[in-house]
Design a protein around this ligand. Structure first.
Ligand SMILES: NC(=O)c1ccc[n+]([C@@H]2O[C@H](COP(=O)([O-])OP(=O)(O)OC[C@H]3O[C@@H](n4cnc5c(N)ncnc54)[C@H](OP(=O)(O)O)[C@@H]3O)[C@@H](O)[C@H]2O)c1
Length: 253
């Protein structure tokens, strides 16, 4: 068993990664901004599974916060064997209606933080000849849907390349590309979801189970569910004006 560092571990998919990896016996480093939520999760998971859980309460869009998390990911005395880059949020408005700072922080969280943590953890993984990285992207990575989709496309392309490049050295890199999943994501960004049918939603436990399984198997991309696999297939043939979708409603899936 190894240590897993999970960003965005205070809710949603990140909290579910923490539960499933703790149940497998891995020690954890939980990263997010809300210390109380992380500490409550840490207490529960240590008590239930007997694993060690560290809490790193930082804002990953803040250079000092990111530097702190990077230093932890690099620490050779407490090696990170599994890295889950999961922290993220959506932007409700169109690109031109957001402040540039909102856009820059969004890009920092999805891309700079994930890239920095991969860069920090990889050398140790390569030296040990084993490691696992899951970058939580989105099915939106395949769709022309604003800067959210563009940031997720970075994670997807990087993971596809990195998995080919590092797999032969024992490091598996997977982009996990969920569709709509029930978490706090949409309420946090103020998105109305009542009109969406129940069948369109995935459960976080299923998304995480699929992602962990596909990463273990060495797959570069994991797309949970037939529905969203079909969405990816459709993205390769349908025109952008259809894939851009009913923008305000579905923009940040
Ligand atoms: N839910 C979906 O439908 C869906 C679909 C496709 C992809 N995704 C992706 O899945 C990932 C997880 O999202 P989720 O659905 O689980 O949403 P969520 O429940 O809102 O969780 C987001 C997590 O990110 C953390 N976070 C946000 N901003 C942060 C910051 N500046 N620094 C550090 N941590 C930060 C939050 O914790 P704190 O507030 O405590 O910092 C929280 O733990 C995201 O990358 C999202 O883009 C979600």
């Amino acid at each position: 068993m190894t240590t897993a560092l999970i960003t965005g571990a205070s809710s949603g998919l990140g909290a579910e990664f923490a539960r499933q990896l703790a149940a497998e016996g891995h020690d954890l480093v939980l990263v997010a901004r809300h210390r109380e939520r992380l500490e409550a999760a840490a207490r529960g998971l240590s008590a239930e599974h007997g694993v060690e859980v560290e809490v790193v309460d930082v804002d990953l869009t803040d250079p000092e916060g990111l530097a702190f998390a990077v230093a932890r990911a690099k620490d050779p005395s407490r090696p990170v064997g599994i890295l889950v880059n999961n922290a993220g949020h959506g932007l409700l408005h169109d690109f031109h209606d957001n402040t540039l700072l909102d856009e820059v922080n969004h890009l920092r969280l999805h891309v700079e933080a994930a890239m920095s943590l991969c860069h920090a953890a990889l050398p140790g993984m390569l030296a040990r000849g084993e490691g696992r990285i899951i970058n939580v992207a989105s099915v939106a990575a395949y769709l022309p849907r604003g800067t959210y989709a563009a940031a997720k496309a970075w994670l997807l392309t990087f993971s596809r390349w990195a998995n080919v490049h590092y797999r032969r050295s024992g490091v598996h890199v997977t982009a996990l590309c969920p569709g709509l999943t029930r978490t706090e994501f949409h309420s946090r960004m103020g998105m109305e979801t009542r009109y969406l049918p129940a069948w369109i939603w995935l459960r976080a436990d299923r998304v995480v189970r699929d992602g962990l399984r596909d990463n273990l198997a060495g797959k570069a991309v994991s797309v949970p569910s037939v529905l969203y696999k079909a969405t990816v297939a459709a993205s390769k043939v349908l025109p952008d004006r259809l894939l851009g979708g009913p923008a305000r409603r579905a923009r940040s899936t």
